[in-house]
Design a protein around this ligand. Sequence first.
Ligand SMILES: [Zn+2]
Length: 274
Amino acid sequence: MASKIQFLGTGGGRINMIQQLRATAGIYAELMGAKIYIDPGPGALIKSRAQKIPLPKLDAILLSHCHIDHTNDAAALIEAMTHGTRKKRGILAGSVSALEGPDKPVSSYHQGFVSKSLTLRPDEEFSIGKLKITTTPTEHTDKTGIGFIFHAENTISYLSDTNYTKKIAKNHIGSGIIILNCLYLKWDDSKADTYSQKHMDVEDTKKFVKDINPELAIIQHFGMGIIKHGPWKVAQEIQEETGVKTIAARDNQVFDIGGKKGKTGNLKVWGEKK
Ligand SMILES: [Zn+2]
């Protein structure tokens, strides 16, 4: 069964989001036959249309936490997944902050159109068809934020927005492919405000890659500093220091996930320079 991951947007953060230097549309994946959309930030609907993503066939929308660069287009995608709200179908699964509570970004009105709304906490397990997914903890300003591990032909970890901690890294050991939201070039405590805290910078990202030691690390969710510096330079630096193959994802890039579990031997990266 062919499985693939497409990065519809590889940008994150506030300044990049409002400028859209890198799109903030999130990730589309087909894994073990399940069609899922992860963290649809601003632009997800438009980018999906441009990339011919089969939104009416979506099986699930996953929200790792409530921040706008991860959830803004969720309601629009629910309308697409439910054929203009005419057909009750699909799963909406997300953190407590995304689905419950007074500031939830997806209204009860929209949650009412899907066939199942799943509120998730760390260390839980659920399935979308044949695809098993486990949730992992994060350390982020959204305290109920979660990461995901997808148990497809290969095991794929999406850590979401989080600080580095050894404990969080431990959850992802054994994953063949890890997706890291590397937002900052270098975290500067003196510029800290409540939003900026608890994201990965390049040093944090290296620590995660070293601890988890996957076959492939994909970095994305870049803020302005990294975009200006050149994400590919960051990937090269991480690869040289950790010895792990590291790719800075580009907008619309597709990764074909093949091969046996835990092996990236058949991995094809469309558009990657030889
Ligand atoms: Zn966030």
